[in-house]
Design a protein around this ligand. Structure first.
Ligand code: HH2
Length: 272
């Protein structure tokens, strides 16, 4: 899943794709690099981000989603507002990626009405407050219970079981240790039976881990760090990687999967 934020303030690509034509071109580059899904967002969810009104959020993403859908690209819309999800699905999006985990019944009804794919993500609090003092009993157990309950609620609302993916929400109301716990025990979430999406790309916890060897890092300089998390996430059962650098993500996925399965589908000759 390639990340495409049409926002002025996203933490990594904010301001890069405000012009629709530029955004569409960037999305096609992500597809050429190997993305199966383009995740289009019109509102930043980074810590302390200000909420955006629905009308502005949709104004940003509508031309991009319409064109990409017309071009045959599978689009997910990164939104937690049912009215934005509904308009985006109307415009041709196939998947709703909701960082609030379909907690709003209107969102579940909208996704069911369109028979959309859904990503159910866990977040503690809201982007404005989530990093203030996140607390859990056992973070993996608590997140797992939430994802199981929201998946059941989704199915009861009419969303198809095979349309559901779940996501621990790395960085969303989690300390560095919470993020590490979730990644270390990701297999506990894959055992819930849904495909697991992992979004570590360029996030702040990677910057925190790199700090002692590199000092402060720009998000765009965290792709090697991202690759390390993705390889181990694949080993622990992740099915979908949400990533800014899709070329890197695909390489990681192919190699990590071959190593996990201990088999390959290419030529037998090693040309190195
Ligand atoms: N992370 C971000 C946004 N949406 N959706 C899912 N399912 N999982 C994630 O981990 C996730 C997400 C944050 O990253 P980004 O879109 O790059 O930044 P911003 O929220 O600042 O736009």
């Amino acid at each position: 899943m390639g990340v495409l934020n049409v926002t002025p303030d996203s933490f990594s690509d904010g301001g890069d794709h405000l012009d629709a034509a530029v955004a569409i071109e960037a999305a096609h580059r992500l597809v050429a690099d190997g993305a199966d899904i383009i995740d289009v967002g019109g509102e930043s969810t980074r810590p302390y981000a200000e909420p955006v009104p629905a009308i502005e959020e949709f104004r940003r993403i509508e031309p991009v989603i319409s064109q990409l859908a017309a071009d045959g690209v599978v689009v997910s819309v990164d939104t937690s507002k049912p009215e934005v999800a509904s308009a985006a699905l109307d415009a041709g999006a196939a998947i709703v990626n909701d960082v609030t985990g379909l907690t709003d019944p209107d969102m579940r009804a909208t996704c069911a009405r369109f028979q959309a794919g859904v990503v159910i993500m866990h977040m503690q609090g809201t982007p404005a407050t989530m990093q203030d003092n996140p607390e859990y009993g056992d973070v993996v157990v608590d997140v797992g219970k939430f994802l199981a309950a929201q998946s059941r609620a989704a199915i009861e609302s009419g969303i198809r079981i095979e349309s559901i993916a779940i996501d621990p929400g790395i960085g969303f109301g989690k300390t560095l240790q919470h993020n590490l716990d979730l990644l270390a025990r990701l297999d506990a979430l894959t055992h819930l039976g849904y495909p697991v999406l992992v979004g570590t790309s360029r996030k702040g916890f990677l910057g925190a881990l790199l700090e002692s060897v590199r000092g402060p890092t720009d998000p765009k300089d965290r792709d090697g760090a991202t690759a390390a998390t993705m390889a181990l996430a694949v080993e622990r059962g992740a099915s979908i990687l949400r990533v800014h650098d899709v070329r890197l993500g695909l390489d990681v996925a192919v190699i990590a999967k071959a190593m996990v399965r201990n088999e390959h589908h290419g030529e037998e000759i090693d040309r190195t």
